[in-house]
Write a protein that binds this ligand. Sequence first.
Ligand SMILES: C[C@@]1(CC(=O)O)c2cc3[nH]c(cc4nc(cc5[nH]c(cc(n2)[C@H]1CCC(=O)O)[C@@](C)(CC(=O)O)[C@@H]5CCC(=O)O)C(CC(=O)O)=C4CCC(=O)O)c(CCC(=O)O)c3CC(=O)O
Ligand SMILES: NC(=O)C1=CN([C@@H]2O[C@H](COP(=O)(O)OP(=O)(O)OC[C@H]3O[C@@H](n4cnc5c(N)ncnc54)[C@H](O)[C@@H]3O)[C@@H](O)[C@H]2O)C=CC1
Length: 199
Amino acid sequence: MNHLFPIFLKLNNDDLHLLIVGGGYVGLEKIEAVLGNSPEAKITLVAPEIRDEIQQIAAQNPHVVLLPRAFEDFDLDYKDLVIVATNDREENKRIKRLARARNLLCNVADTPDECDFYLSSIVKKGNLKVAISTNGMSPTLAKRLREVLTEALPDNLETAMEQLKGVRDLLRGDFEYKVQELNRITEVLVARKESNGQE
Ligand SMILES: C[C@@]1(CC(=O)O)c2cc3[nH]c(cc4nc(cc5[nH]c(cc(n2)[C@H]1CCC(=O)O)[C@@](C)(CC(=O)O)[C@@H]5CCC(=O)O)C(CC(=O)O)=C4CCC(=O)O)c(CCC(=O)O)c3CC(=O)O
Ligand SMILES: NC(=O)C1=CN([C@@H]2O[C@H](COP(=O)(O)OP(=O)(O)OC[C@H]3O[C@@H](n4cnc5c(N)ncnc54)[C@H](O)[C@@H]3O)[C@@H](O)[C@H]2O)C=CC1
């Protein structure tokens, strides 16, 4: 059973501050994953050696701050989330413990047992976003599923979402009435799926 609870974080709103410790391949992968979704996320990345690709990202993004030195405990000050990706396992664990003591949510990229949260594979279609987790069992399967779902989901979902938002904004009446109306209008989506299943 996968007991992870998925949430969608508002990292783009200049409020939450992410710390990434480590500026190697994994640090790069994680900063790209975050900025690919939240381009204005407030990120501080600390590492003695920082890959060129990360330096280029920071040069173009005023919300990304690089600290070219080893992690110091005070780097956790005023942070909300931490991703730890150094090549020093003991230091990774120590940083995780410090983060926990401060009630910060922490991801230790190479050690699932030490993670408070995992990053997911993300299907994007306009405003629609589907996050995939395999419970850490196979990130590669998650990546492949992303590719399959990206291909399978129709591009006109954005139009459907816009129209439904329009209806939703127009609907007057109590909550129960709105739920009923929106369920009625969207019944066709489920019906189509059922008829597909019969073919
Ligand atoms: C637990 C988790 C914690 C976390 O990092 O958050 C974790 C852990 C580990 N990843 C490892 C390896 C790889 N990770 C990827 C890719 C991704 N990994 C991601 C998430 C997660 N990875 C979390 C669980 C997610 C879930 O629940 O499914 C994705 C989805 C999101 C992202 O990172 O942005 C992103 C795909 C994004 C996309 O393309 O859509 C690839 C494939 C590739 O890069 O092509 C490989 C190599 C092949 C392989 O191993 O499958 C290793 C072994 C390291 C080693 O062997 O040394 C560990 C450690 C371990 O398992 O012990
Ligand atoms: N490369 C990969 O695909 C994967 C690697 N891993 C593991 O994740 C870890 C990181 O991997 P890479 O990014 O490839 O390593 P890397 O060697 O490319 O980068 C390590 C980074 O950690 C930094 N660092 C070291 N000590 C530090 C400290 N005290 N404070 C701050 N930063 C510090 C270095 O300066 C460097 O930027 C390794 O332990 C690796 O085994 C896990 C999953 C996948």
